[in-house]
Write a protein that binds this ligand. Sequence first.
Ligand code: BYC
Length: 313
Amino acid sequence: MEDIKKLEEFQAKIDAEIKIEPKDWMPEDYRKHLQRQISQHAHSEIIGMQPEGNWLLRAPSLRAKVVLLAKIQDEAGHGLYLYSAAETLGKSRTEYLNELKTGKAKYSSIFNYPTLTWADMGAVGWLVDGAAIVNQVSLQRTSYGPYARGMVKICKEESFHQRQGYEIIADMAKGTPEQKEMAQDALNRFWWPSIMMFGPHDSDSPNTGNAVKWKIKRATNDQLRQSFIDKTVHQAEIIGLTIPDPDLKWNEERGSYDFGEMDWDEFWSVVKGGGPCSKQRLKHYNDAHNNGEWVREAAKAYTDKQTSKQNVA
Ligand code: BYC
């Protein structure tokens, strides 16, 4: 009986747009849902550094390198805010990281694709960060306080990331014919994986029902995907590139673009670890973690020393 009353009070708070805070009572399913989503989001930021890190030493100018470096550092910061938010749900960072290391945890499908040319840095910033903003702006109003607050700073930085990418792709699109071809090729390869980032259609999304009821998601996968497509088509037109979808067509009645069907077999295969770079990404993460063992040991030895000094004093 107690729980039914608590559940009603909890839902009433959600309906009244009152944020849920770490020490508030929450249903176990709400807690688990958030542990899953926020940690997957954190893992995506961390693994997301790899496809961009691939181009750091080959950026075509000092300016391009500095800007790319700043962006990658931001992603690390986003991962840290998100792990901190996830930890407030009563599960330790070590547990979350173990799930990533062992391949048990998911992270965004998009980061399992290779970045083959410099134009891909443009496509990633423009499309991947562009998609991330659309999703994350809506998450600023998510019902869990620490997650919503973390999103505010993340969104500001994502906006810089999107512009960084658009600048690269726009410059290449107005460059030599070869550069324009590289820009178009990057768009061709990243378009479909980017719109699949929003997840399966609402009808195939098992988590959307609870997410909407609990206001974790403020818009569904299909609504966000549509909003991203409607924003992005015009940006492609401005720089003279073509979205690789023959079914893309303005629908006057809906005030939105109609678009073609995504390859869901490819999506699920990538989500299940069968993406072109899935094994490489996980191995690289594990290698970096293992190579950093000495830093963790040194930090612990330092802390132990400080603590024993304080105990003596
Ligand atoms: N990739 O019921 P659904 C960034 C999984 S960071 C992999 O619709 P949900 C950036 C889903 O987890 C981008 N898996 O799930 C960083 C679920 O499996 P489980 C990351 C996916 O949670 C660095 C199953 O499919 N953004 O942009 O309601 C540099 C069924 O799906 C994907 C976030 O994480 C996918 N794309 O909706 C640049 C934002 N899609 O867990 C950029 C926060 C679905 O039941 N997350 N799955 O085993 C969300 O908004 C939601 O979790 C999602 C999925 C929209 C992603």
